[in-house]
Design a protein around this ligand. Structure first.
Ligand code: 1HE
Length: 338
């Protein structure tokens, strides 16, 4: 339907209520063209959803107030939802810093903590542009809280694993990029948590392991999907079968982390990176987080088309146009080797 300057619609997929400003007409046009060109409806709908989600989340304040009229918000919004004591969150400008705060149990991830992570990412304040995750104490995380595992039957175990998937999906496919700081043990579910984030900064003390094999269990927090993409199926098999640990330098060479820094330097480095990320256009960050991984999984022909559509949407954004003009008029920094 057309409502004033806004086009609104409701998609069945994910029950997302879509509100698009008039200038999002380009998105609709591109989607219609893709549809006519015989692109799969699923892909087209994904792109439509992507464009619409972005439009609904990140365009003008006029749109935001329109959305708020439809979905009134409480007058005073606390900076963060109520989190369990095993998590600590704080604001630093456009960043939110989330800390695993269960050092006495080596930041083992119990249900309360995993659900708290889901709540944190689901209810992230709108003005947060990037998140940094770190862990208190000597270790990032000892993985799944093994104490809770003994209490479940098969059906409950499946539901439990699916709960981890849901929670970590709110990180990987959430609203903003996430940088994590790794130190000490990054094992089992702790590595699964790290793998769901977008950038990993490891301190030299970090080491990686998947001890599930020796504990008689199997990964359940998404590692079977995410880790082979980072290090390959063969390496993951080796880690699980033999219990091998990799140190920080080896982990970086394998692709488990993007940076290795000295002990204590992880958080400042992660904050520096997160600030830089927060400075990007929201549209570009959205495309990198949500569209790029989907393209990487598509057949090449659909991927090229999806890339063209996304490139057109991004370049059409007024803020992108301004950034391009800034460079051409020598007001923006050059891309120099740092
Ligand atoms: C725990 C856990 C845990 C520590 N669940 N309670 N993960 C693992 O197999 C790793 C298990 N943890 C360890 O091997 C070691 O704790 C560490 C090498 C990480 C650290 O050693 P250390 O000497 O510093 O600590 P600690 O004395 O072993 O542990 C301190 C306390 O934390 C102790 O409890 P306390 O009451 O005796 O003081 C430990 O029992 C407790 N603790 N790790 C529960 N993991 C979605 S599927 C994912 C599957 C997995 O993640 S499997 C991998 C499980």
């Amino acid at each position: 339907m057309v409502c004033g300057r806004f086009f609104t619609g409701r998609l069945a997929q994910g029950q997302i209520s879509v509100v698009m400003p008039a200038n999002a007409g380009i998105h609709v046009f591109l989607v219609a063209k893709a549809w006519m060109a015989g692109t799969s409806p699923a892909m087209t709908e994904s792109l439509f959803t992507a464009a619409a989600e972005f439009a609904a989340r990140a365009t003008c304040s006029k749109l935001t107030s329109f959305v708020r009229q439809e979905h009134p918000m409480p007058d005073s919004i606390p900076p963060f939802p109520d989190l369990p004591s095993s998590l600590h969150a704080e604001r630093q400008g456009a960043l939110a810093l989330l800390r695993l705060a269960r050092a006495e149990k080596r930041n083992a991830l119990d249900d309360t903590t995993v659900l708290g992570i889901e709540t944190f990412f689901t209810e992230l304040p709108e003005d947060v542009k990037a998140v940094v995750i770190s862990g208190e104490g000597e270790h990032f995380s000892a993985g799944l809280d093994l104490g809770e595992l003994t209490k479940r039957d098969i059906a409950a175990s499946i539901a439990h694993s699916r709960m981890w998937h849901r929670a970590f999906d709110t990180i990987e496919f959430g609203r903003v990029p996430v940088v994590c700081v790794l130190h000490g043990a990054v094992v089992g579910g702790g590595l699964e948590l790290a793998a769901a984030t977008h950038i990993r900064v490891a301190e030299r003390t970090a080491y990686y392991a998947l001890p599930e094999g020796s504990r008689g269990i199997y990964v359940g927090g998404g590692a079977s999907v995410r880790l082979p993409r980072l290090i390959g199926t063969s390496r993951m098999m080796e880690m699980m079968l033999t219990g091998r640990t990799y140190d920080a330098a080896e982990g970086q060479a394998l692709g488990l982390s993007h940076y290795v820094v000295e002990p204590g330097a992880g958080l400042p480095k992660a904050i520096e990176l997160a600030r830089r990320i927060a400075d990007n256009e929201a549209m570009t960050n959205f495309a990198i987080m949500h569209v790029l991984p989907r393209i990487a999984e598509q057949d090449p022909a659909s991927g090229y088309l999806m890339e063209s559509l996304m490139a057109a949407i991004a370049a059409g954004d007024p803020q992108a146009q301004k950034r391009l003009r800034d460079f051409l008029q020598k007001r923006a920094p050059k891309t120099l080797r740092q």
